[in-house]
Write a protein that binds this ligand. Structure first.
Ligand code: NAI
Ligand code: CS2
Length: 487
């Protein structure tokens, strides 16, 4: 029986908000992060920053949004203590299939900010570059730019119409978890615009600002258990509701065109250099999540919190983060030791059921930014390398798609076939096999060039053929003085 708990409506009239923000990619993260910061602003009486959400790919929230007049619950919690909050800032939702729908949106002068959470694949770029992958979905839009299907094509067409209407530029902020996300977005937008309308590209270059931002909040995909929890805590079904932790952080580069929401009044850091914040987050928190995703799944765990409840995996996470922190620059006013401590607490939060396979999705995009660079930096300063070698060997095993006992792993990423092919190269030696993985683009060349490191990864891969990562870690973490010791 669902309990009726306090779940107050927002302390403002949602209909009084005008939509100053266009968001592309209304997923769980947007509902739990940017929308909550803008909800804080609305609660302070700022009425100009309601959101119009657009999805150019599934899911289509049209019916869910209409059914609840755009209101939804954010259930925030640590342990068993929950706080339910009603968010009312997403004023309209549009699912753009083909046709004209949405293309004139930015000709409304109320819009001053576009934000995006479209996942890494949504940028349509060649990994490791800021240029378009012409062989991918963008090919359609390049041929028919007035009828775009990708987020990049949609954005550029709406900007073209804004310019044609004689309106000024605005700010377009990527909120995807990608290093230098604003530069990537600017690169692909300009690359695309230059090919379809060079004068438009010149206008965008002068009139549109693409700030980099670091975004942080763990918002797991909403599953049946999360929906049931929201219903139990609030007494109502809530198709747009999400479950998340209390922590949230947003650091955004001070680079805006035109008016912007006063985000600094609701705890957002606006700064000239986001990179140091980004490195801290990607290497320490995300690095540990990605390492645990692969090593944890191969050890039989299903969520981050379940891993962290195990003393061996938790000790690994701490040591791994400390090593990543050793090669990370401290952002002003931050302590890396405190960041590790807080990350330990966040990852251990039993209230958050973050599936390891969700974090393992698109891992080839993630492992370079989170682990590859730090591994090369650690190697350059003389190690220790054992935990990183095991982490990379674990990733190799994960993307090849089988656990120790042969159970298939639901590998979800564009390069899966390529990895499986590398994994199946039975004719080559284990060393060659490791070297061919380390030569893939997520990794800096220094890794494959270091024979000692290649040997250490090959040694870990051999151990993984007979033991789970947890068993290997139990040995590595308690046996000082040996080759893989955690001194
Ligand atoms: P989700 O699966 O709930 O939503 C994904 C959204 O991206 C949907 O709106 C979908 O329409 C859109 N999308 C997917 N593929 C696309 C494509 N090829 N082109 C255009 N739009 C596309 O995922 P969630 O949790 O909202 O995460 C989205 C992104 O947010 C992540 O990829 C990450 O970069 C960022 N993020 C997520 C965090 C989290 O804890 N969930 C935390 C920090 C950042
Ligand atoms: C996670 C991130 O799915 C993943 O790759 O590591 O979504 C992570 O939860 C966020 O970056 C936290 O802000």
């Amino acid at each position: 029986m669902a309990r009726q708990r306090a779940n107050p409506d927002p302390g403002y009239d949602p209909d009084s908000l005008s939509t100053g923000v266009l968001h592309l990619g209304v997923g769980a993260f947007h509902r739990g992060h940017q929308a909550v910061f803008l909800d804080d602003l609305a609660r302070q009486g700022e009425t100009g920053w309601g959101i119009l959400g657009v999805n150019v790919t599934a899911p289509d929230w049209t019916a869910a949004h209409a059914a609840r007049d755009g209101l939804y619950t954010v259930l925030e919690g640590e342990g068993g203590a929950w706080r339910a909050r009603r968010v009312g800032v997403i004023r309209r939702f549009l699912f753009r299939e083909r046709g004209e729908a949405g293309l004139d949106l930015l000709t409304d002068p109320a819009f001053w900010l576009v934000t995006l959470t479209i996942t890494e694949k949504g940028y349509c770029h060649r990994p490791g570059t800021r240029t378009l992958d012409e062989a991918g979905p963008i090919a359609h839009d390049l041929a028919a730019p007035r009828d775009p299907r990708t987020a990049i094509g949609f954005l550029v067409e709406t900007l073209r119409r804004r310019r044609a209407a004689g309106l000024p530029g605005l700010t377009v902020a990527s909120c995807d978890n990608i290093p230098d996300n604003g530069r990537l977005l600017e690169g692909v937008v300009l690359d695309y615009a230059r090919r379809v309308d060079p004068a438009l590209a010149d206008w965008i270059e002068g009139a549109v600002a693409f700030p980099v931002s670091m975004v942080d909040r763990i918002v797991p995909a909403v599953d049946d258990a999360a929906r049931a929890l929201i219903a139990a805590e609030t007494g109502r079904d809530d198709p747009l509701g999400i479950v998340t932790e209390s922590f949230r952080q947003w650091v955004i580069e001070d680079r805006f065109a035109g008016p912007r929401p006063p985000l600094e009044t609701v705890g957002v850091t606006i700064t000239r250099d986001v990179t140091v914040f980004e490195h801290m987050k990607h290497r320490i928190l995300n690095g540990a999540q990605t390492a645990l995703a692969h090593l944890g799944h191969l050890s039989g765990f299903s969520t981050t919190a379940a891993c962290m409840a195990d003393p061996v995996m938790a000790t690994f996470a701490r040591r791994f983060m400390e090593r990543q922190a050793a090669v990370t620059t401290k952002p002003p006013g931050q302590s890396l030791a405190a960041y590790v401590e807080r990350s330990m607490a966040r990852l251990s939060n039993p209230a958050i059921r973050h599936p390891l396979t969700q974090i393992g999705t698109d891992s080839a995009f993630k492992i370079g930014q989170r682990i590859g660079g730090a591994t090369a930096d650690l190697l350059a300063r003389g190690g220790p390398m054992s935990l990183h070698a095991l982490t990379i060997a674990g990733w190799m095993q994960y993307v090849c798609g089988r656990t120790l006992d042969g159970t298939p792993i639901p590998v979800n990423e564009p390069g899966a076939d390529r990895f499986a092919a590398l994994g199946a190269l039975t004719a080559s030696t284990p060393l060659d096999r490791v070297a061919s993985f380390l030569a893939l683009d997520p990794f800096p060349p220094a890794l494959a060039a270091d024979d000692g490191f290649v040997g250490l990864v090959a040694d870990m891969a051999k151990r993984l053929a007979h033991h789970t990562p947890r068993t290997i870690l139990a040995d590595l973490l308690v046996t000082p003085g040996t080759r893989g010791a955690v001194a």
